[in-house]
Design a binder for this molecule. Structure first.
Ligand SMILES: Nc1ncnc2c1ncn2[C@@H]1O[C@H](COP(=O)(O)OP(=O)(O)OP(=O)(O)O)[C@@H](O)[C@H]1O
Length: 225
């Protein structure tokens, strides 16, 4: 699905990532970990085409991400759902409309999508909050709304950046459960996290691989996690 081949990345102040190679095969569940500032968010951005590698190659769905034109990039974004670290919303729009935004951008007729939207709101446990505005949501509700928005177009890959960063243990388990369910539905999952307890909890439920950025390079973490 996504393949990194000897990828290097440099924001201009020296190489941040070097010789990074990895493959996310269909239906796999990967965690990405490493110290703060190691380059996890950067690596995720390289995977979904928000950044182009300084060296090496990123391929998504057998296409070189670097050479994509606007239309191809828009298509790529529909196939990869992203939950951003800061999960921003349009604060003046209710939760339901925020979740529906990718449908609008994709030119879908919202009146045809109401059942789909309601099902998704139920799935993330936000049907009661559908008409609230984002500033009224708790951290866990924001994360679940962001996940719903990321999956509304049924992407094949879901990339989540610290989805449990600001929530308590119970809520992080609930979010994990949603990601596990998506994986069981056949979705390919990539989650950046500092939370080793979350990784251990996931390992009890699904087969996962843990990648760690250490000293600019990507390594497969050992079974000790
Ligand atoms: N747009 C940018 N321009 C310049 N430097 C950047 C930019 N974005 C990130 N960096 C730097 O790149 C390094 C890696 O950042 P990144 O956000 O990828 O790390 P991270 O592992 O996700 O960190 P954290 O766990 O704290 O979220 C940091 O030193 C950061 O300051």
């Amino acid at each position: 699905m996504i393949e990194l081949d000897n990828v290097g990345y440099n924001y201009g102040g020296g190489e941040l990532l070097t010789n990074v190679s990895a493959q996310l095969s269909p239906g796999s569940f990967h965690f990405l970990t490493g110290p703060s500032g190691a380059g996890k968010t950067t690596l995720l951005k390289l995977c979904y085409g928000a950044l182009s590698p300084t060296s090496g190659r990123v391929r998504a769905f057998n296409m070189d991400v670097k050479g994509l034109d606007r239309n191809q990039m828009a298509l790529l974004r529909r196939r990869i759902g992203v939950v951003h670290q800061d999960c921003r919303f349009l604060d003046h729009l209710p939760v339901k409309e925020n979740i529906a935004l990718p449908l609008t951008v994709a030119g879908k007729d919202l009146s045809q999508e109401q059942d789909n939207l309601q099902e998704l709101l139920n799935w993330v446990g936000l049907s009661e909050r559908a008409h609230a505005n984002p500033p009224e949501l708790s951290g866990g509700e924001r994360q679940r709304a962001a996940l719903a928005r990321a999956v509304i177009l049924s992407p094949e890959v879901i990339i989540a950046d610290e989805p449990t960063g600001n929530v308590d243990w119970e809520m992080s388990q609930r979010l994990l459960q949603l990601l596990v369910e998506l994986n069981r539905m056949g979705k390919t999952i990539l989650v950046a996290t500092h939370d080793l307890a979350l990784i251990r909890a996931a390992k009890n439920q699904v087969q996962t691989r843990v990648l760690r950025i250490s000293d600019k390079r990507l390594q497969l973490a050992g079974a000790d996690l």
